[in-house]
Design a protein around this ligand. Structure first.
Ligand code: TXA
Ligand code: MG
Length: 375
């Protein structure tokens, strides 16, 4: 859990939590935990940015969002950086906070698939089918946009990405605040956050509020599917597997079309600061020993079976990773963040099984490794 009081400094010109708190109904234990002196956002005092996701705090966050605030909140995949999808100024603040280039489009999050027609101009049968099966859940559908969808959201494209998340806090927030853009709540190109503490550490000072709903269940981002072409196409592997999608669609997914701007598809996305290498099991011990002999502190991320077969290697940290894809995904980003903070010269990751169930993980690891190999 993140600490409830981590932000310091002045309120600036933006509306702040004190106002949201006062306009929301605060009753019971939640109100009792927010001591009035801690809500005072005076110069030099600390203001409560990160709060437990109670009903009262969700209502306060929704009020904040309706007035143009930017709020971090949990989804079942990763934490999102939320802003009202119809408020161009708030959307632009999301880009500024992330350091994300403006032409990269955002996902619009909806409370229900009943909202789809408000955002998508046409809804093919495949969209209805996928939404019925996988929403609420970790699937994003790219569809032709309604004319009112701001260019600031779509990066000027004629399409819009839409998803109904499965996390109860996200759904309550969307119900109360309306549609929200929500990129992962990390700086552009860095590891997505899977706890409120990650968000607090990376962006805390820039947010109006952060709802702590505990660690994310899935741990990697949603699967992104384009429904713009003749056949549904995979733009980003994620929380719903290709096999699950193909089973429901009754046909194979097409390859990603050319010319789609999707930052999750940039080779160097999802990178820790520490150089990361993905290596076949047979090469791990040798590479680790070579680096350790050269005086470098390294960490392995290995499966238990490989760890058991390895010799003792002084100076080499061994992080045992889960053998099933679902558990591995859940802890991957938190593990990378923790190891990234420990000053290793390199992270050596055992290649994951060559099996479709591991696609989202091998995709993120390949991106994390891109261009960061130690010399
Ligand atoms: O799990 C998730 O999807 C998380 C949580 C917070 O919901 N959000 C997330 O957002 O990962 P972001 O902005 O980090 O990634 C959005 C992905 C990117 O790969 C983006 O390029 C793609 O969706 N995308 C958005 N709009 C698109 C569009 N119109 N056409 C193609 N791809 C689009
Ligand atoms: Mg992201």
């Amino acid at each position: 859990m993140c600490t409830a009081l981590a932000k310091s400094g002045t309120a600036g010109s933006r509306p702040r939590l004190l106002e949201w708190s006062l306009t929301s109904t605060m009753t019971g234990p939640t109100a009792a935990t927010l001591r009035p002196e801690l809500l005072m956002n005076l110069p030099g005092t600390r203001s409560p940015v990160c709060l437990p996701a109670t009903a009262a705090n969700i209502a306060a966050a929704a009020a904040c969002l309706r007035q143009g605030g930017v709020v971090g909140f949990p989804t079942e995949t990763v934490y999102g950086l939320g802003a009202a999808a119809t408020n161009i100024e708030a959307v632009q603040r999301v880009f500024a906070i992330k350091g994300r280039p403006p032409e990269h489009p955002l996902i619009v999050h909806l409370a229900s698939r009943d909202w789809l027609a408000d955002w998508a101009r046409t809804i093919p049968d495949s969209a209805v089918l996928l939404a019925e099966h996988f929403w609420p859940g970790p699937l994003t559908l790219v569809l032709p946009r309604q004319p009112h969808v701001p260019d600031a959201v779509t990066g000027g494209q004629a399409s819009v990405a839409l998803r109904v998340p499965a996390h109860p806090v996200a759904l309550q927030l969307l119900e109360a605040a309306g549609a929200l853009v929500a990129p992962s709540a990390n700086r552009f190109g860095r590891i997505s956050p899977t706890t409120a503490e990650h968000v607090q550490d990376e962006l805390g000072d820039a947010l109006d509020m952060l709802l702590d709903g505990g660690p994310c269940e899935i741990g990697v981002e949603s699967t992104v599917i384009s429904l713009l072409g003749d056949a549904p196409a995979l733009l980003r592997p994620g929380g719903i597997s290709v096999a699950q999608l193909e089973a429901v669609l009754g046909r194979p997914l097409a390859a990603a079309p050319q010319g789609v701007r999707a930052p999750g598809r940039l080779p160097a996305h999802y990178a820790p600061a520490t150089p990361l290498e993905v290596l076949p099991s047979a090469q791990l011990a040798q590479r680790a020993t070579a680096l350790a002999h050269a005086g470098q502190r390294v960490s392995l991320l290995v499966f238990a079976a490989s760890d058991a077969g390895m010799p003792t290697m002084p100076g080499v940290h061994r992080e045992i990773m889960p053998g099933d894809a679902i558990s591995y995904a859940r802890i991957l980003y938190a593990t990378l963040r923790r190891l990234d903070a420990q000053g290793f010269a390199a992270l050596l990751v055992e290649a994951t099984p060559d099996n479709p169930a591991w696609l989202a993980i091998s995709d993120r690891l390949a991106r994390a490794a891109f261009g960061t190999l130690p010399t």
